[in-house]
Write a protein that binds this ligand. Structure first.
Ligand SMILES: [Mg+2]
Length: 373
């Protein structure tokens, strides 16, 4: 039986082009990620990535140690076909550290796909779409720079922009939203993301104000545990409310459904801690008729390839994705060739496994390796 024979692990740091003001945590300069390469007994390699964010899910150093010390013994020798069994074993062996477990699961799927000539989307039930609409987040501290960027992106076919609000004053947020609608009119699919910035007290009047700009949804206006406030917004507003930080796992989705505290959810592989777990979340959301949105933390090309394959095979994730990092934020990426973006859409790659190529050269010349094992 084909098994995993070797595990190589890299803690890498990648420079980014622009500062990001994100409310719960700001990003400037570099982002750290963990990359993992598994090799099977017949010599097939698979890649995985853990991209935690310390204010959201955990740390890259924690994911590195989790794989190196705690998961490695279960991964070495694991049959490449028994992915679900390995995810159960990892959950029993180590609490939390979803990103680390996800990195292993995605590398296993990459190997399995390559071994039988199928893409990861094929293994997950097959493609239901060939492209995913791409959302770009407006989060530059310099709004003028964002407007210039939007100008260029709109010209090349982008329509979806998500504005990070609640970081600057409400008055500034309003003037930015107004400037965007004025410059680009109704062809923009405008979304608003508060990243938990508002307190329930007084939030409704702020949300009623921004609703004037006809956003497609308002994401996570209040802290993650304020579900009754979320439910009151769902009830009071015409604009759909999307849960991000309030929705990490399948139980969270059940709770959101039970309390009617969201109209849609953001599914992130890094929050879910697994592709299968993300599909389980969407099964509940589908049943309750809540559409999904493909969110991200600070993933590079490997993790976003997994996200792309997941959305390709998961019909309920119908609100697009924000997989813009490799083309617009990272100055470089570890893939030999980035996944194509065309007219504001992510094109699902053809090819087996994750549909990407990573080599030692592409890795080392495009990221700073801080530690490897
Ligand atoms: Mg968000």
């Amino acid at each position: 039986m084909e098994c995993v024979e070797r595990l190589r692990l890299f803690l890498v740091e990648s420079p980014i082009k622009m500062a990001r003001l994100q409310g719960i945590g700001n990003i400037k300069g570099t982002v750290k990620r963990v990359l993992v390469e598994l090799t099977s007994s017949s010599g097939i390699t698979g890649w995985g990535e853990a991209a935690p964010w310390e204010v959201f899910t955990g740390t890259a150093e924690g994911a590195f140690a989790a794989i190196d010390i705690y998961l490695r013994p279960y991964v070495i020798g694991a049959p490449v076909k028994e992915i679900r069994a390995l995810t159960h074993t990892m959950d029993k062996a180590l609490v939390g550290h979803g990103e680390a477990k996800l990195a292993i699961e995605m590398a296993m799927y990459d190997i399995l796909g390559k071994s039988c000539g199928l893409s990861v989307a094929d293994l997950l039930g097959g493609r239901v779409r060939n492209e995913i609409p791409l959302s770009f987040s407006i989060a530059d501290p310099d709004f003028g720079a964002d407007m210039a960027r939007m100008e260029e992106m709109v010209r090349s076919g982008h329509e979806i922009f998500k504005v990070k609000t609640g970081v600057k004053s409400h008055r500034e947020d309003m003037s930015h939203l107004e400037a965007m609608r004025e410059a680009f009119g109704d062809r923009l699919d405008l979304r608003i993301d508060y990243n938990q910035a508002l307190q329930p007290f007084g939030a409704i009047s702020v949300l009623r104000d921004v609703e004037r700009f006809r956003p497609t949804f308002i994401e996570q206006p209040v802290p993650r545990d304020c579900l009754s406030a979320m439910a009151s917004f769902v009830e009071a507003l015409d604009t759909p409310i999307l849960a991000d930080e309030s929705c990490f796992d399948a139980r969270d989705v059940m709770e959101l459904v039970r309390l009617k505290a969201a109209d849609a959810i953001s599914v992130k592989l890094m929050k879910a801690g697994g592709i299968l777990k993300a599909q389980a979340q969407m099964a509940i959301a589908d049943t309750a008729r809540l559409p999904g949105y493909g969110g991200t933390l600070w993933e590079g090309g490997i993790a976003l390839a997994a996200g792309t394959q997941f959305i390709a095979a998961t019909p309920g994730v119908s609100l697009g994705c924000e997989f813009y990092m490799p083309h617009h934020v990272l100055t470089e990426d570890v893939l030999e060739k980035r996944i194509e973006n065309r007219s504001g859409r992510v094109v699902i790659p053809d090819g087996a496994g994750l549909g990407i190529c990573v080599s030692d050269t592409s890795l080392r010349s495009n990221a700073r390796v801080i530690e490897e094992r």
